[in-house]
Design a protein around this ligand. Structure first.
Ligand code: NAI
Ligand code: MG
Length: 362
């Protein structure tokens, strides 16, 4: 059977960048004999306008049964004054929660042509290609008890609780080890076992799982504060980093800035495998709906396209096809073709469509 893809383009620049991804999917279909059953549906503000909810039950069902979901972006000023429960962003949160996407993959790749755009020295980032795996559905952002409580003395206290179970730790660590096998075979697990009980458990469980199932992968451990420092000092020492929700939130944003523009950053969120080993999966650019440039054919489609490349690599084991896309991105950048967000002296400005043209030609 063909692989099924559900495209949820969303709002703002979402449909613009996903339009370019569609062109590449069509190209794959014609030129590479890689066929997809591709369906499109609404999410976010677009779904709110059509159905009164940012994610309909029918769309959620389609997302769960598809082999992979490709999402553009959601949100925009039109819906900003709605209460939080009704906002477009809730559609995306609901998708992540209902599909139980507990592993968030954020690669930080420094393209040679964009080395100058990094905030770090060229020799520190040149050739950089690392992957941060952030636990996404547990930890401090969800743990109970939580809340703001009145104290008898008139003060208040705010509480969040860092909670992890062995199951939650092992399943995200398994994702990291499996990814490492498809990359450079090294995992660095990051926590603060020196000061946190959950960190002690994290380290023990990752170590056990490694010994049981993944001893072919090289495993190291690093305290999360040091990891932040090392990411800025010498990021190329890493291959895959696996960490919890809170530390992963910060470390992945730090890593993102090693590489330049928001318009270049892809991501994936993975859940449990089914009987055939296929994981629940959602691929999306890191950026939002960019209302400031929406509708102007200016958005950089590379983040969305690299997200599709991740889909080919990690959901469909089509590494060669993923390589083709990534090589095309490198070549186009090297040729000086740029959307506005990555424009530099001596390069040529193109539209969203123009970037799509250049990528397909390459
Ligand atoms: P944003 O990522 O949409 O935009 C931030 C800045 O980066 C803007 O100046 C924008 O023009 C630029 N930018 C972003 N993507 C670009 C691309 N592909 N090419 C060229 N320039 C690009 O973040 P912002 O402005 O904070 O949020 C705008 C809306 O998007 C809000 O409604 C927010 O809630 C939503 N949002 C949605 C996300 C999602 O769907 N995953 C993630 C982040 C924000
Ligand atoms: Mg963040």
């Amino acid at each position: 059977a063909n692989k099924s893809l559900l495209v949820l383009a969303g709002d703002g620049i979402g449909p613009e960048v996903m339009g370019q991804v569609r062109r590449v999917v069509d190209w794959m279909d014609r030129r590479r004999a890689v066929s997809f059953d591709l369906a499109e549906d609404l999410v976010g503000g677009a779904a709110l306008d059509a159905h009164g909810v940012p994610l309909s039950d029918a769309t959620l069902e389609r997302a769960k049964t598809a082999d992979a979901v490709l999402l553009g972006a959601v949100g925009g000023p039109k819906w900003d004054d709605l209460p939080f429960e009704k906002k477009p962003e809730r559609g995306l949160l609901a998708l992540r929660k209902e599909m139980e996407l507990y592993a968030n993959l954020r690669p930080a790749i420094c393209f040679e042509a964009l080395v100058e755009a990094s905030t770090l020295k060229p020799e520190v980032v040149s050739g950089l290609d690392i992957m941060i795996v952030r636990e996404l559905t547990g930890g401090t952002y969800f743990g109970e008890p939580r809340g703001i409580f009145d104290l008898p003395n008139g003060e208040r206290k705010g509480i969040n609780t860092q909670v992890y179970t062995t199951h939650e730790i092992r399943r995200v660590a398994a994702v990291a080890f499996e990814l490492a096998r498809k990359r450079n075979n090294r995992v660095c697990s990051s926590e603060k076992a020196n000061v946190m009980e959950s960190g002690v458990l994290w380290r023990e469980e990752v170590t056990k799982l490694h010994a049981e199932t993944y001893s072919d992968v090289e495993l190291s451990h690093m305290y999360a504060d040091n990891c932040g420092m090392q990411l800025v000092r010498a990021p190329k020492q890493f291959d895959v980093i696996v960490t919890d929700n809170l530390f992963g939130d910060m470390l992945s944003d730090v890593a993102a800035m090693l590489t330049g523009s928001l318009g270049m950053l892809p991501s994936a969120s993975l859940g449990d495998p089914d009987e055939t080993g296929q994981r629940q999966a959602l691929y999306e650019p890191v950026h939002g709906s960019a209302p400031d440039i929406a509708g102007e054919n200016k958005a950089n489609p590379v983040a969305a396209l690299l997200s599709f490349a991740m889909c080919l690599r990690y959901s469909f084991d089509l590494a060669e096809d993923a390589d083709l896309i990534e090589e095309a991105v490198k070549a186009v950048l090297a040729a000086g073709v740029r959307t506005g967000d990555i424009l530099a002296p001596g390069t040529r400005a193109v539209s969203t469509e123009g970037m799509g043209d250049a990528l397909i030609a390459e």
